[in-house]
Ligand binder design. Structure first.
Ligand code: ADP
Ligand code: MG
Length: 449
């Protein structure tokens, strides 16, 4: 906290948002979202990609409307874009033909602020965020970090009451993002900006723990807040200290617990289950890492993150993949290989493929479904369109495509089915087809077993 007290800046209750899928069905992206941003706090929102975080931010900024629930800004219902609220995005669309100064002034121009005042305020924002001397530069002359500073200057020039940050550091390299985060925190902690509350969407646990007074964990399908973790350490925080590491550990634990209750848990998953972004090659290599020393089948997630040097959200997709396939268990911020996970790590390539296929058919209804359709169909082929349409009952178009693409990668790895990129047909693998060739019109089921 930076000394302000408790008045609600943003107050959301029971917020719901639905979008229409391409075939005109409704899909609920957010449901029952309760959230409060108080004066003086930085809140970080962690969650998987696709869980609705950006949608929630756009609702808070008044850029889109919720379908249900209430959204209050300083006690007043949100009616449209709110003047006191500014956003910063992952990549800031700067106008390449405008200088830094002109880019920063844009928002003020839209508000018809007179020229002299515009120039003064832009100058002030540019100085604050460490861009002094670059007023006349064009975006293409700047590094990624400097461009993102222009993004921040564009938000700060509005002297925002509330800053909504949508993964603003995630496109930057580690050092650059650390510096920019530090600079922003300094402005905040020294109260050199009038901003009274910050909401930061992040997919980086360390980033969230190093910045926030409170971390919220968001779960998907539909998105809602599942955990609320206060962090009372003074800033700047020593990321190597035992207490910092302990909080990081705790958040990891909660993230994995939420991933379990949020998507699959022990309950049966459906055809619309969103397969994680986890290629078979990466799954196998992570599994090997956990199987080998120093982990020997049981790893602390932060330690694993350090060894693999993969970003948290990529790792969470891999954990989810290993878990849903039954190769690993997750508990309290640790990952454990199951007996079949260990067996997989020790197997040769052919055995691995076979085990993978077995687990796939058993655990992933979509895999079993595709396999069944191909077995039953004459010619053992089916157009991908057919499965895409089925998936669109559960997922938006892009997400359906992503899930099917991942399913195909998993299916091919396990030799469960094949995919012809030229025709867009899914088919049984060739060696199996040959077995059945000449069987003519006979229902293939008769040959099975
Ligand atoms: P996140 O920021 O957590 O990655 P988003 O809020 O961007 O998630 O998206 C959540 C879900 O809502 C995604 O499945 C996305 O495809 C869907 N979505 C977002 N905006 C729209 C839109 N304008 N129309 C249809 N679907 C959308
Ligand atoms: Mg987003």
């Amino acid at each position: 906290m930076n000394g302000h007290h408790g008045t609600a800046l943003l107050d959301l209750s029971g917020v719901k948002k639905t979008f229409r899928t391409p075939d005109h069905k409704e899909r609920t992206v957010l449901e029952g979202v309760d959230f409060r941003l108080a004066e003086g706090e930085i809140v970080a929102l962690l969650g998987k990609s696709g869980s609705g975080k950006s949608t929630l931010l756009r609702i808070m900024a008044g850029l889109i409307r919720a379908n249900g629930g209430t959204v209050l800004y300083r006690g007043q219902p949100m009616t449209g874009p709110a003047r006191g609220i500014s956003m910063v995005f992952q990549s800031f669309a700067l106008f390449p033909w405008l200088t830094v100064q002109e880019n920063v002034e844009l928002g003020l121009e839209a508000q018809k602020v007179p020229r002299a005042e515009r120039e003064d305020r832009a100058q002030e924002a540019i100085e604050l965020i460490g861009l002094g001397g670059f007023e006349g530069a064009y975006p293409k002359e700047l590094s990624g970090g400097m461009r993102q500073r222009v993004g921040f200057a564009r938000a700060l020039v509005m002297r925002p009451d509330v800053l909504l940050l949508d993964e603003p550091f995630s496109a930057l390299d580690v050092l650059t993002s650390e510096t920019l985060r530090g600079d922003l925190l300094e402005l905040w902690d020294e109260r050199r900006i009038p901003t009274k509350g910050i909401l930061l969407v992040s997919h980086n646990i360390e980033e969230a723990v190093s910045m926030a007074d409170r971390i919220l964990i968001f779960s998907s399908d539909p998105g809602r807040v599942r955990a609320d973790i206060p962090i009372t350490l003074a800033r700047p925080r020593d990321t190597e200290s035992a207490v910092f590491r302990q909080i990081v550990d705790e958040v990891y634990g909660l993230m994995t617990a939420v991933a379990r209750t949020g998507t699959a848990a022990g309950e049966a998953i459906t055809i619309g289950y969103r397969l994680p972004d986890a290629s078979p090659g990466k799954l196998a290599s992570l599994l090997e890492t956990v199987a080998e020393p120093p982990f020997n089948g049981h790893a602390d997630l932060p330690a694993l993150a350090e060894v693999t040097e993969l970003p948290d959200d990529a790792l969470f997709h891999l954990y989810e993949g290993l878990r849903v396939l039954g190769f690993a268990r997750l508990a309290a911020g640790d990952i454990f290989l199951t007996p079949s996970g260990r067996a997989f790590a020790e197997a040769d390539n052919d055995d691995r493929k076979e085990m993978f296929a077995e687990h796939l058919v058993r655990s992933i209804p979509l895999a079993a479904h595709i396999r069944r359709v191909l077995e039953e169909r004459r010619g053992h082929r089916a157009p991908e369109e057919r499965f895409l349409q089925e998936l669109q009952d559960y997922l938006t178009g892009d997400e359906a495509e992503r899930v099917l693409e991942m399913m195909i990668a998993w299916g091919r790895y396990g030799d469960l089915f094949d995919y012809d990129y030229n025709t867009g047909l899914l088919e049984l693998p060739e060696d199996e087809e040959e077995d059945e060739e000449g069987d003519g019109e006979k229902p293939p089921a008769a040959d099975a077993g």
